[in-house]
Design a protein around this ligand. Structure first.
Ligand SMILES: NC(=O)C1=CN([C@@H]2O[C@H](COP(=O)(O)OP(=O)(O)OC[C@H]3O[C@@H](n4cnc5c(N)ncnc54)[C@H](O)[C@@H]3O)[C@@H](O)[C@H]2O)C=CC1
Ligand SMILES: O=C(O)C(=O)Cc1ccc(O)cc1
Length: 306
């Protein structure tokens, strides 16, 4: 894969932006990559580890003259960052993002996109519970989906170019409509995170147990929950608050189903439990057959130095 954009700007230098940077370098997808992070400490770290060809002291400085600007900040901060970079965007440039929620980002960012600039929202379906500039690695997106969510009037050539870029990063690319994306992600990611946070919270309330047995004898199930519940608090606060409707809809369905399960256990309904678990096992097997197993990621992590 060769160069897709001459200049790429990454705004917000956390897990996703740093992983993108190493993957961009691995494949030679850009001539120069600029970066900006809000805190001086993060910018210092980025400079120290060679993250980005040029680390800038403002989002506008990083975005100026870029052919692709990717907003890699928490979903709730996208609008403010778009406002900051809008005046310097180059005509013909593409603005994209990696936010976990799409309708809110589209509503928050679109008003700031100047005439002649393309806006193509995206969401790589890959991540870990780690955050910050040192958590990234080039293989994060390998063979994982990246969903492009074009908005009304998105230029097909700009969408196709962004597709080439994400394929170069290692992803499989699909397109999806924003509201549908938010519903699908509520089922596959947002509500599972809410459940993990809650389960770890329940264990924490039983402090007498937490301090001893739960930690010591933690088996795979609870361990997986604690990994997910260690995810970044700002990021997940924003996800739930900006995908409120779909999250509450799916959480409501989850609660209904949980009541039925609770009743089956109370009543000793062997058949219900066996049939239910047989169905859920088939779903897991389907995921594995589709090559989309995300459990216990075993990445060969590397930072491909430029
Ligand atoms: N962590 C994950 O597993 C995944 C995250 N995403 C999305 O990617 C985006 C970034 O997430 P991560 O890289 O994981 O986060 P992170 O917490 O590792 O990094 C976020 C970066 O944004 C900066 N930032 C926060 N507020 C800001 C503001 N107001 N202005 C400028 N910079 C600001 C932070 O200082 C940090 O450098 C989020 O929108 C998230 O929903 C998408 C897929 C997976
Ligand atoms: O770490 C995990 O298990 C994840 O689920 C990562 C993840 C988090 C948020 C996204 O929008 C996409 C992927």
């Amino acid at each position: 894969m060769s160069r897709v954009y001459d200049r790429v700007a990454l705004i917000g230098l956390g897990l996703i932006a740093s992983s993108m940077f190493w993957a961009i370098k691995r494949a030679g997808l850009a001539g120069e990559v600029t970066g900006y992070a809000r805190s001086e400490a993060t910018r210092d770290t980025a400079r120290r580890i060679g993250l980005c060809d040029r680390v800038c002291d403002s989002a506008a400085e990083a975005a100026e003259g870029a052919d692709l600007v990717v907003l890699c900040v928490p979903v709730g901060a996208m609008g403010a960052v778009a406002a900051e970079i809008a005046p310097v965007l180059k005509r013909g440039a593409t603005v994209s993002d990696v936010g976990s929620v799409k309708r809110h980002v589209i509503d928050a960012v679109s008003p700031y996109i100047p005439e002649g600039v393309h806006f193509v929202p995206a969401h790589p379906l890959a991540g870990t519970e780690h955050s910050g500039p040192e958590s990234g690695f080039a293989e994060l997106f390998d063979n994982r989906w990246c969903l492009l969510v074009p908005v009304a009037g998105s230029d097909p050539a700009a969408v196709a170019r962004l597709r080439d870029f994400w394929e170069g990063i290692g992803s499989n690319v699909d397109e999806m409509e924003a509201d549908h994306h938010d519903l699908v992600l509520a089922v596959t990611s947002h509500v599972p995170h809410a459940i993990a946070y809650t389960m770890v919270g329940v264990a924490d309330h039983l402090r007498r147990v937490t301090e001893s047995e739960v930690i010591k004898y933690s088996a795979a199930g609870f361990r997986d929950f604690t990994r997910i519940a260690a995810s970044d608090p700002t990021m997940w606060r924003d996800v739930f608050l900006t995908n409120k409707e779909a999250t509450l809809d799916i959480l409501g369905r989850f609660a209904e189903e949980l009541f039925v399960l609770q009743r089956a256990i109370r009543m000793g309904d062997e058949k219900y439990l066996f049939d239910y678990f047989t169905r859920t096992r088939a779903i897991r097997r389907g995921i594995i057959q589709a090559g989309q197993d995300t459990a216990a990621p075993d990445f060969g992590r590397s930072k491909v130095k430029p």
